[in-house]
Design a protein. Sequence first.
Length: 192
Amino acid sequence: MIFTSTTIAGAWVVELDRKVDERGYFARVWCAEEFQAHGLPPVLRQGSVSQNARAGTLRGMHFQWPPSAEGKLVRCEAGSVHDVIVDLRPESATFQQHLAFDLEAAAGKALYIPPGCAHGFQTLQDDSRVLYLMTDVYAPELADGVRYDDPAFGIRWPLPVSMIAARDASYPDFDVVTHRGRFGRGGHGTGP
């Protein structure tokens, strides 16, 4: 695997190191030792898949409050998506900043999202499928999100939104004071 750091501490682009021959290619998609060598959690505790029928579908922006330590390794397995992370760690130098990446199944790139960052994506093609591997189990009581179009983050989505869950469309405006107070009770730091 090929790891490339991003401007958000603890977030990495993870590319396949393909071994190509006449049959096609072979590539490792997960290795605990390689993740640990890059300061990332070497244990995955849960996996999920999201199938999306229509281009323009938007899912997110989701995160879990402390004490959850849910990091995510996200890979597009079919179609393509515009993937976005927002740094919600108050003590981070990139607090409230976002990064966007286009993930295509054919390219095989993945994105590691550290705990304390919100994540979401918009499908760029019909029948797009996203695989999530998480470092912590989903805890409904800690699950939350920020609105995909909240002006506090300035995210620009490439397509008009064709489908979105009512919950994702109705998160309130981001309140930095409330967020800092609640986040500070468990904290994630700026690293993974």
